[in-house]
Design a protein around this ligand. Structure first.
Ligand SMILES: [Zn+2]
Length: 255
């Protein structure tokens, strides 16, 4: 799956104790470069990251991964996403599908296509032939459906794909990517997507469903009176606990 917010992802990897996978080393190399580290510093940071996480790690066996990660950081910048604006005309095109599952899939496709267009990370010129002005999605259809929270089997996916195609929403390419054909950038903005972990909730929120936006920008389905997301809620509870402890200690010392 494509990582839309690589800055956040890099910070998560650094906080975890997981095995140093190549994919993660690539994001980290780009992250360190983004922080202003030079190539030698990046290399050193990646070495210590690997050693810390895998006791048996050694340069002879593992340095090829670091080499690739650094090379990749020379080709692509760290992807720090901008909010993606979705326009009124685009929403009305999506609504025309008249089927909630399809609408969600179309919404996710649209966000991906616009996102990739506006958040190009290439440092050097892209050599793959692209038709200028088109909006592409390179993510697999199965992952798009995951983002859309739509459950399906292979047969159902094929049917949906075919219907979106025959209704003129999408086109295919010989590179196996999807062209999104309902982009109307010039129409007024209806909403903006910035929580890329919960793309489809932005659509639900627009439809007036019970979606809450946390102070940190994360969207979540509102079930109770809670106004903070799970992470912030945990953080707040911890802080309250520390506050209480501090207060109790202060009370005790004045007694
Ligand atoms: Zn939050």
């Amino acid at each position: 799956m494509i990582i839309l917010d690589e800055e956040k992802y890099a910070q998560e990897i650094l906080g975890r104790k997981s095995f140093p996978k190549l994919k993660n080393l690539i994001v980290l190399a780009k992250y360190y470069k983004h922080l202003g580290k030079n190539q030698i510093e990046i290399k050193n940071s990646l070495y210590s990251f690997c050693k810390e996480r895998e006791s048996t790690w050694n340069e002879i066996i593992g340095s090829w991964k670091i080499k690739i990660a650094i090379e990749e950081s020379e080709r692509n910048r760290l992807r720090i996403p901008n909010p993606t604006p979705i326009t009124k005309k685009e929403i009305s095109e999506i609504r025309k599908a008249g089927d909630y599952s399809k609408e969600k899939i179309l919404f996710v496709l649209l966000v991906f296509a616009k996102f990739l267009k506006y958040n190009n990370t290439r440092i050097k010129v892209d050599k793959t032939p692209r038709i200028i002005g088109k909006y592409y999605v390179n993510e697999s259809f199965i992952n798009i459906l995951k983002y859309a929270n739509v459950r399906s089997n292979k047969k159902q996916r094929d049917v949906i794909m075919h219907e979106l195609y025959s209704d003129g929403y999408i086109d295919g390419t010989i590179y196996n990517s999807i062209i999104v054909k309902f982009v109307y950038d010039e129409s007024p903005v209806a909403l903006s997507v910035s929580d890329y972990d919960n793309i489809v909730l932005a659509y639900d929120k627009y439809l007036g469903k019970n979606i809450e936006e946390c102070e940190c920008g994360k969207l979540f389905v509102k079930k109770t009176k809670r106004y903070l997301c799970t992470d912030c809620q945990k953080e707040k509870r911890l802080e309250d606990y520390r506050d209480n402890k501090r207060r109790n200690r202060a009370n005790m010392s004045t007694d």
